[in-house]
Design a protein around this ligand. Structure first.
Ligand SMILES: Cc1ncc(COP(=O)(O)O)c(C=O)c1O
Length: 280
C-alpha cells in the first residue's frame, strides 16, 4: 500500500506529492518545520509543537498555519498509514513564486504545507549504553529560536560528529556549551542540573521544557545558565534532549568520559519520568 502524505490540502500517495521547482524552501530554505513523536498511535506534545510552529511562522512573517487542520491531518495520516511508533514532519514554506527574488513576493501568499508521518525505529539500547558527543563551534545565525529549515550549520556539525563516531555535536558559542546540533544539552555540575537559558541562540525544545518540568517535580535543582566548555570535564552527568532522542545520556565528550563514563542516575530518573509521561 502506498504511503499517504498531505500536501496543500490534499492527501496523496507519496510519489504524487511534488512541489514546484521554484518553491522558496528549495531555493532559499525559506520555511519552517516541526517534528512530533507518535507513541502507540498517539501524537505526544502536539499542542506545544503546533504552538511553536505558529510562533516560527509569525517570526518569519508567514500567515499563521491552520493549527486545528494540521492536528486533524496528523491524526488522519497516522490512521491512513497504520502507524503506532512514528514521527510526524510538518513543513510550511513561503511557497513557489517567480522570478526568483530574495524579498517576499508581493502577490497573494501561497504557503506550501507538507505533512509526512513515518514509522519511527529508534535504538532503545542507546539509552542504556549512553552515547558519545563532540564539541564544535556554533556557526549558526542569531535566530536559532525559529525552527527554520535552514539547517546547513547543524548538518555540518552533525556530520562532523558522525565522522568522529559520535551521536551528537555540542555547539560551543562564546565559550559555552549551548545545545546540540539537533537537541538541547543538559548536564549535572556542582550538584545542579544546568542548561543554557532559552533565548535567540538556541531552539526552545519542547522536550527541554518537559524534562525541566519533570526535573523540578522530582526535586532536582535546575539552573538555566550556560555550562562553560572548559567545565565540561567537571560534569558528573550529561544528556541531550529532543523529540526523537528523548533523554539521551552522553557518556563521553571529545574522547573524555563524563563522570564515570556510564549513564548516571539523574539522566536515568528523567528518562524514566519522560517515558511515563509519553506513554500516558
Ligand atoms: C537545534 C535544535 N535544538 C533542540 C532541538 C530539540 O527540540 P525538540 O525537543 O522540540 O525536539 C532540536 C530538534 O530538532 C534542534 O534541532
Amino acid at each position: 500500500m502506498s504511503h499517504t502524505v498531505y500536501l496543500n490540502g490534499q492527501f496523496l500517495p507519496y510519489e504524487q506529492a511534488t512541489i514546484p521547482v521554484e518553491d522558496r524552501s528549495f531555493l532559499f530554505a525559506d520555511g519552517i518545520y516541526e517534528v512530533i513523536r507518535v507513541y502507540g498511535g498517539r501524537p505526544f506534545g502536539m499542542e506545544p509543537h503546533l504552538k511553536r510552529l505558529a510562533r516560527s511562522a509569525r517570526e518569519i512573517h508567514l500567515p499563521e498555519p491552520d493549527l486545528a487542520e494540521l492536528a486533524r491531518v496528523s491524526l488522519e495520516l497516522i490512521a491512513a498509514n497504520s502507524l503506532t511508533e512514528a514521527t510526524i514532519y510538518i513543513q510550511v514554506s513561503r511557497g513557489s513564486y517567480n522570478p526568483r527574488n530574495h524579498a517576499f513576493p508581493t502577490s497573494e501568499p501561497a504557503p506550501a504545507v507538507l505533512v509526512i508521518a513515518r514509522p519511527y525505529v529508534g535504538n532503545p539500547k542507546l539509552h542504556e549504553t549512553g552515547v558519545k558527543a563532540i564539541t564544535t563551534a556554533d556557526q549558526r545565525w542569531a535566530r536559532c529560536d525559529i525552527k527554520s529549515v535552514a539547517l546547513l550549520p547543524n548538518i555540518l556539525a552533525k556530520q562532523k560528529a558522525a565522522e568522529a563516531g559520535a551521536y551528537e555535536a555540542i555547539l560551543i558559542k562564546d565559550g559555552y556549551a549551548i545545545e546540540g546540533s539537533s537537541s538541547n544539552f543538559m548536564a549535572v555540575i556542582d550538584g545542579e542540573i544546568r542548561t543554557y537559558p532559552q533565548c535567540n541562540y538556541i531552539l526552545g525544545g519542547i522536550t527541554r521544557d518537559m524534562v525541566l518540568d519533570l526535573a523540578r517535580q522530582l526535586g532536582y535543582t535546575v539552573r538555566e545558565a550556560g555550562i562553560p566548555a572548559d567545565a565540561l570535564d567537571r560534569c558528573s552527568e550529561a544528556w541531550v534532549t529532543s523529540t526523537t532522542s528523548e533523554v539521551m545520556p552522553v557518556i563521553e565528550i571529545d574522547g573524555k568520559p563524563v563522570g564515570n563514563g556510564r549513564p548516571g542516575p539523574v539522566a536515568a530518573a528523567l528518562s524514566e519520568a519522560y517515558t511515563k509521561l509519553s506513554q500516558r
